[in-house]
Write a protein that binds this ligand. Structure first.
Ligand SMILES: Nc1nc2c(ncn2[C@@H]2O[C@H](COP(=O)(O)OP(=O)(O)OP(=O)(O)O)[C@@H](O)[C@H]2O)c(=O)[nH]1
Ligand SMILES: [Mg+2]
Length: 298
């Protein structure tokens, strides 16, 4: 074991839609976590790995912290807040705005309960002028004693190398947990289900995507083609009609865009078949949530 090698866990937390998953994907150089312009995209803890000369960072992407309106929301916030205690360093992502609202205040209260060092990551700096950043930094500095403050753009990659350097500062010396080729320990089935959900998020309007879950019914390699049967679960009959679309056009669109990405991920041909099913109020059913993969591991 090299004595100057660092290793440890860094969690990404923050309100929905601030760019946690986009940033994590950028840092590891691969798309593992799905992203969208709709809030509450990530629903589970997603772990990925970055190995450099200096060390190994295990990233933990988490759902956005928000005011939960159902059991799924409560589960998501629980997963995010629990991660604060499980890591060596916390990356709190915010947008470059000079307004600290109730959502941010709630997160500050959570951060005050733990002793883990917190790096404030001001993301989306491509959206503001340089001189607009200083007041944002000043304002946040008054609210909490951050270990460091790093402005970045997950979209353009601006200053993300600096972020990696800063994260390593807060990791202990330690062994390499994963070999250097490992990018994630998420099961393939789960990534596939998430990619389908992402395309549904992209194709559908506002209210429907929040009530969607994706279950993989079959995933089997036969003669060099991966055959995947998956079901999109939604909450209402009217939503089912919209997801299927006129003569199946919407489902076809979701399926073909998902298939394209799954083929790239698995590096083989994919035959994807999608079904749609209604499960009323599944987001308030412990049993159904568990069935769709939203379960507490501990
Ligand atoms: N302009 C700009 N947009 C960004 C940047 N990073 C992320 N976004 C956009 O912000 C939106 C949300 O990104 P996500 O990565 O899904 O956000 P998230 O924080 O993971 O959201 P949840 O999973 O819902 O909590 C997407 O439309 C991204 O393209 C950035 O640096 N600049
Ligand atoms: Mg996310």
């Amino acid at each position: 074991m090299r004595e100057d090698f660092k290793s440890g866990f860094a969690t990404l937390i923050g309100r929905p839609n601030v760019g946690k998953s986009t940033l994590m994907n950028h840092l590891i150089g691969q798309k593992i976590a799905i992203t969208s312009n709709k809030p509450q995209t990530t629903r589970n803890r997603i772990q990925t790995v970055l190995t450099t000369e200096e060390g190994q960072i295990v990233f933990v992407d988490t759902p956005g912290i928000h005011k939960a309106k159902n059991k799924l929301g409560e589960y998501m916030v629980h997963i995010a807040e629990r991660s604060l205690n499980e890591v060596d360093v916390v990356l709190w992502l915010v947008e470059p705005s000079t307004f600290i609202g109730a959502g941010e205040k709630h997160i500050i209260d959570q951060l005050k309960k733990v002793r883990t060092p917190v790096i404030l990551v001001i993301n989306k700096i491509d959206m503001v002028k340089k001189e607009e950043l200083l007041p944002v930094i000043d304002m946040y500095r008054k609210e909490y004693d951050f270990a460091d403050i790093v402005p970045v753009s997950a979209r353009s990659g601006d200053n993300t190398e600096e972020l990696v350097r800063v994260i390593l500062k807060y990791l202990p010396y330690g062994p390499q947990f994963y070999d250097e080729d490992t990018v994630t320990d998420q099961p393939e089935r789960q990534i596939v289900a998430e990619l389908i959900r992402e395309k549904a998020l992209h194709c559908l309007d506002e209210e429907i995507p929040h009530g969607i879950a994706v279950a993989i019914d079959r995933m089997k390699m036969e003669r060099k083609v991966m055959h995947i049967d998956a079901t999109i679960i939604c909450e209402r009959d009217s939503h089912k009609g919209i997801i299927i679309g006129k003569q199946g056009s919407m489902l076809k669109k979701i399926g073909s865009t998902a298939r394209y990405e799954i083929e790239r991920l698995l590096d083989c041909r994919v035959n994807l078949k999608l079904w749609v099913k209604v499960q009323k109020n599944w987001r308030d059913s412990d049993y159904l949530m568990k069935n769709f993969g939203y379960r507490d591991e501990e």
